[in-house]
Design a protein around this ligand. Structure first.
Ligand code: ATR
Length: 274
């Protein structure tokens, strides 16, 4: 048991997390002596419980709602990526010290690379819908991939302006009222809001102006084919579903703890969607 590499996901609530399925699949697939569990931690208990995980010899953990910002201050070091994105979703524990990073941008980009291998990020501008935490990770990833220009449109304009400050001159902001027209020259359209998710409000966006060669993607994966993706389908635009972002963001974390860079295969997709 002492040789078992232990990792976990922490959140509150945590029982709906798909992360144990994903990491459990890879632990079995690669024949590793490891474990990955879901641990419910209430916000007020976070500092003490984190210290206990380190004392218990955990290799690290994923962080989900509501701890992504609070964990920031509890890390001994946070890398540049997580600082720019403004959230830590993965922690590696080494010699009792906590190192924070963020794998969401990687997950977003790798999902498109796997599902739309012919797509080139440098080909044209991207339009990002929304300006919450997920938008920051998406924008960071797009900038890394050399997207020539990004337009952000968000109900609250100030939040879009704050993200635009990540790359002055490369990112412009369009009023929420003008969002449909903003798609006119888009090579890529990304919904980063939770709108369109089962139980949430619909996303009020028309792909009418989107060019015929635009790629459309959604970070929402429940339902897998959101209304936005259904519109893309009807307009015969290429689209990528959101489930792969969840799967791919788990890969660098698994690599940090277990030393193997895992792959996303159909068996894993089926398990997580079941
Ligand atoms: P996160 O957890 O990613 O930070 P968030 O802060 O809840 O999520 O923001 C999600 C995004 O959905 C935001 O861009 C938010 O717009 P605001 O910045 O104006 O709040 C957007 N959003 C949520 N509900 C919305 C709605 N009914 N209409 C338009 N945008 C909405």
């Amino acid at each position: 048991m002492s040789d078992t590499i232990r990792a976990a996901v922490i959140g509150h609530p945590i029982k709906h997390s798909k992360s144990p399925i994903i990491h459990g699949h890879w632990i079995a697939q690669y024949g590793l002596n490891g474990s990955y569990e879901a641990i419910d931690i209430a916000p007020e208990d976070l500092p003490a419980r984190i210290a206990q995980l380190a004392a218990d010899g955990y290799a690290g953990f994923n962080v989900t709602i509501p701890h992504k910002e609070a964990i920031f201050k509890l890390c001994d070091e946070v890398d540049e990526k997580a600082r720019l994105i403004g959230a830590v979703n993965t922690v590696k524990i080494e010699h009792g010290k906590l190192y924070g990073t963020n794998t969401d941008a990687f997950g977003f980009i790798e999902n498109i690379k796997q599902d739309a291998p012919g797509f080139h990020f440098a080909r044209g501008p991207a339009v990002v819908i929304g300006a919450g935490g997920a938008a920051r990770a998406v924008v960071y990833g797009l900038l890394q991939e050399g997207v020539p220009h990004i337009t952000i449109t968000n109900r609250t304009r100030d939040k879009a302006e704050a993200i635009a400050a990540m790359a002055p001159g490369k990112i412009s902001v369009v009023d929420w009222a003008d969002r449909n027209g903003a798609l006119k020259n888009a090579a890529l359209v990304v919904n980063t809001t939770a709108l369109g998710m089962t139980g949430k409000d619909p996303l009020d966006l028309s792909l009418g102006f989107a060019p015929d060669d635009a790629l459309v993607t959604d970070i929402v994966y429940v339902p897998l084919i959101t209304d936005l993706l259904r519109q893309a389908k009807i307009k015969q635009l290429q689209y990528v579903t959101g489930i792969g972002m969840l799967l791919h963001q788990a890969r660098p974390a698994f690599h940090l703890w277990f030393g193997v860079m895992p792959q996303v295969d159909d068996a894993l997709r089926e398990k997580v969607l079941a």
